[in-house]
Write a protein that binds this ligand. Sequence first.
Ligand code: GDP
Length: 417
Amino acid sequence: MGFLSRFRRSAKTLDDIGSIASEEDLPVISDSRNTTHEMESVPIPEHEVESEWESTEMIDSIHLDRDKKSQRLVERKKKSQKPRKKVNTRTRPSKLVPRPSQGLSIDIDHLVEKKSRRKISATPAFEELMSELETTLLEADMGHEAVDEVLMAMRERLIGAPLPKKGDLERIIDSALIGALDSLLRVSYWDFDQTVQSLLKDDAPIVIMLVGVNGTGKTTTAAKISNRLIQDGLSVVVAAADTFRAGAIDQLSDHAERIGARCIRSQRGGDSAAVARDAIDSAVAKGDHIVIIDTAGRMQNKTNLMQELKKVHRVASPHIVLFVGDALAGNDAVEQARTFQSFLNFDGAVLSKLDTDARGGAALSIAHATNKPIVLAGVGQGYDDLIDFEPSNFLTQLLSDDIDPSSFTIVKRDPNE
Ligand code: GDP
């Protein structure tokens, strides 16, 4: 069964199209309804980050009774009308090469009847449908804030849209939803290979630091990225800066041997910043192109871990910091991304284990929660199992059990958009 099946079944039961229509001339919010709504992602300020790894957003709201749900919807609506608080974040390094992603959209101009006096309005049936969608997205592991953004974008796109007489209401709703999900993923999207090539024009070695919680796939990702760059003809040094676990040092050094990278390591318990520094010095001495720093991710002592990572960051001054998130971890991955973001301000994320039966919500939420894009995805345990994360492909796959992907119109986006 598909990700959206239940929501779409509910949308279908709106056979009485009048139940979400009003005869009033409601203001039409957007004139061009075949363009995708751009959503504003709001990074979380440091002081708002929860204090423990284990503190995840509870999705118990799924089980709230209907009265509470409607109350919450009203509160959210009020909140959404308040101006959003702008949060200052450190500017990203300017060298990241932006990558225009193809946006998904369905042209609905031919589906709506512009002259119709009946317009979609926030009737109880419409609110019920939005509530159903909220539940669906929360159950797919999306975080509350990302879900709120999607619902807000849906309302903006739908309320006031002229209703067709015997309309394809389902397709209009699909269109609004796909556009909203797509916008979540396209935030500040940049291209990994082009960025590395561009950085190499001015500097070498290029230092890439990987951060993330243990078990998410950091070491494997370090090996996959090294392998990818080696296949592009670059020489790579990996730094085993997760000195906390002897296993991690051996694991990275084994990978390095297999893929033809050099590995700089110390004994267990060594100074991770010193390992990173040694790796960079060694790369400079031998004229290597890339240094990849694998770091610790122990959950037990977050304060020490973050201090250690900050020291590595200060000493190594990486060109690119990537957060590795486990697609299977769902909401936990989103909380982890927020925490790392508040300490280190990473540039993008790698979503590992996308080949598993992860529900996809983590991908949609990480970008929104951190305002940083997912740029690469792990799709298996082999060295070649690393792909560019392309939002429209991801959504096409995520929704393919629900919606016929061939009905999507792929819209080329202007890189300066
Ligand atoms: P680390 O503790 O973050 O360094 O995580 P590891 O790199 O040791 O990976 C933990 C486990 O996840 C290992 O068994 C990896 O083989 C596995 N793994 C990593 N990436 C992927 C992926 O993209 N797909 C799958 N299926 N498994 C992965």
